[in-house]
Design a protein around this ligand. Structure first.
Ligand SMILES: C[S@@+](CC[C@H](N)C(=O)[O-])C[C@H]1O[C@@H](n2cnc3c(N)ncnc32)[C@H](O)[C@@H]1O
Length: 496
């Protein structure tokens, strides 16, 4: 088979007059062909260096500059900086590059507290001072609105991002793979764009409690010679360690994700954990065999201790089993829910729908302000937890059902249960088209959209703004030091 046939993805004229075919993973350095005319007359090759002025940050926190009018993405740089960069990827629509040297530094640049921040994912903004990070999060929203242009967007009241007093130590769950590298155990995160695991003794965005458990468990696994997963051979037992702490009680739930059904050495390990870490109140095994990009498998077994940890949110208690979803930042989660509460302005006559409910944290927190609450969620265990949490808090006016928002919302309306108020909190993909259509058809009086993706929010607002006006958008920083955005939108029905 010829080279062309193997890589039929995209064509490029490499300047020689011949057509060359490049695949997604094609590395021209290995083929000896390093020149790329990217189809727009811009000749650039992988490995080429040039100085670049950074104009702004993109939605993933990467710096954006232009090389001969072509967009260049560079992680780790800030607006107004001038950097010498080296091209790592050339694509028809963009160039990717890495920084070699920063010639002119931004006044917003700070030294990251996490020394590995430039290397592993999840710390995209740690080199930027915190007030600049908050400005960036407002800007991400503006960029998305500018791109999709929902009705009236340029007049939206976009409020200053609510940040944290201390933008560190907020992550209440650590989920770290573990591998044996040489004679050492590494527990941490993968290097950006690679499969190289970096051992992380300190991660400043994590709560100290999760890191203490992580590091102590690493030592105990080593001391007791517990079998560790070897990915190359697809053998061994412990793959991932998950530690989740309750902000309310300080209790830690510990889960070992394993490659094997059995867990040799677990009795001695549990005994040692009990002695060294009294804050661990429940230990679980989740079985997830083989090479897979999914962290969790289907089966979870309690090895020792309590079934749940308990968390309090706006005065309500929530029991969390190992797989139950809970926002990672307890402090900012309360800010988001309070924002939703004040934007909804519920009365005891209101029927409220809590769409994309997880374990019911939003609807149950708001239940005593509403007449009735119904929620839906696609994960059956989460729905069981939501109904269980309703009973635990003596909430009699809320019930949760398994199913998609796009199916159940219209079904309830058709059955005569018509919502006065709606809160949606979808995953990053945003609202399903069918749900948007149904919202436009039924137009609940009160409507709040909680979003974790400015881009899909802006897309959804193109539809929703046909019937609703956007009163304001409040960004809330749920993930300091990262580029991730979160916000609450208050929508009001347009006057006919
Ligand atoms: C961003 S989480 C929000 C969870 C919850 N509201 C909270 O604050 O913890 C989104 C939830 O939507 C659920 N989900 C995803 N697609 C859904 C759909 N089409 N209909 C209903 N729920 C869905 C996910 O399982 C997940 O629990």
């Amino acid at each position: 088979m010829t080279e062309q046939k193997k890589r039929p993805y995209q064509k490029s004229n490499n300047g020689s007059g011949k057509k060359t075919y490049y695949g997604k993973n094609f590395d021209p350095r290995k083929s000896g062909d390093t020149r790329r005319n990217t189809g727009d007359g811009v000749n650039v090759r992988i490995g080429q260096n040039f100085p670049l002025t950074i104009k702004r940050l993109g939605i993933n926190g990467e710096g954006i500059g232009y090389f001969k009018r072509k967009i260049v993405f560079v992680p780790g740089v800030l607006p107004n900086e001038v950097a010498v960069v080296k091209v790592t990827e050339v694509e028809p629509k963009y160039i990717a590059a890495k920084v070699l040297k920063i010639r002119e530094k931004s006044a917003d640049r700070v030294k990251p507290l996490d020394e590995f921040a430039d290397n592993v994912g999840g710390f995209e903004l740690e080199h930027m001072n915190y007030s600049a990070q908050l400005r960036f999060k407002k800007d991400v929203l503006v960029q998305s609105l500018e791109k999709f242009q929902p009705k009236g967007w340029s007049d939206y009241d976009i409020r200053e991002t609510i940040g944290m007093e201390n933008p560190y130590g907020y992550r209440n769950k650590a989920q770290f793979p573990i591998r044996k590298i040489g004679n050492e155990l590494s527990v941490g995160m993968y290097k950006r764009g690679s499969h190289e695991l970096v051992d992380l003794p300190v991660v400043r965005t994590q709560t100290p409690a999760t890191m203490k458990v992580m590091r102590t468990v690493r030592e105990l696994l080593d001391k007791l010679s517990v079998s560790i997963y070897n990915e190359d051979k697809n053998r061994g037992t412990v793959k991932t360690i998950v530690a989740r702490v309750s902000h309310t009680t300080g209790e830690v739930q510990l889960t070992f994700v394993t490659n094997t059904d059995g867990f040799p050495g677990d009795t001695a390990l549990i005994e040692a954990i009990n002695k060294a870490l009294p804050e661990v109140t429940g230990i679980f095994q989740n079985y997830n065999p083989g090479r897979t990009s999914l962290i969790w498998g289907e089966e979870t077994l309690k090895l020792w201790g309590k079934d749940y940890i308990e968390e309090t949110i706006l005065g309500k208690i929530f029991q969390l089993s190992p797989r139950a979803f809970m926002q990672l930042n307890h402090t900012q989660m309360s800010v988001v829910y309070n924002q939703a509460l004040s934007a909804l302005d519920l009365t005891h006559a209101d029927k409220l729908v809590d769409a994309y409910a997880g374990v019911g944290t939003i609807g149950l927190s708001l239940a005593d302000k509403a007449g009735e609450v119904r929620g839906m969620e696609i994960i059956p265990e989460a729905v069981d937890d939501a109904n269980h949490n309703a009973a635990l808090n003596h909430i009699n006016n809320a019930k949760y059902e398994v199913g998609t928002a796009e199916k159940l919302f219209p079904k309830w309306q058709a059955q005569g249960w018509v919502a006065d108020a709606l809160v949606v909190d979808p995953p990053r993909t945003g609202l399903d088209t069918a749900l948007r259509r149904e919202i436009l058809r039924t137009q609940p009086e009160k409507f709040v959209y909680i979003s974790c993706n400015a881009s899909t929010l802006a897309r959804d607002l193109v539809d929703l703004s046909k019937a609703y006006q956007v009163d304001y958008i409040q960004s809330i920083d749920m993930f300091p030091q990262t580029a991730r955005w979160e916000g609450v939108v208050k929508l009001t029905k347009r006057q006919k």
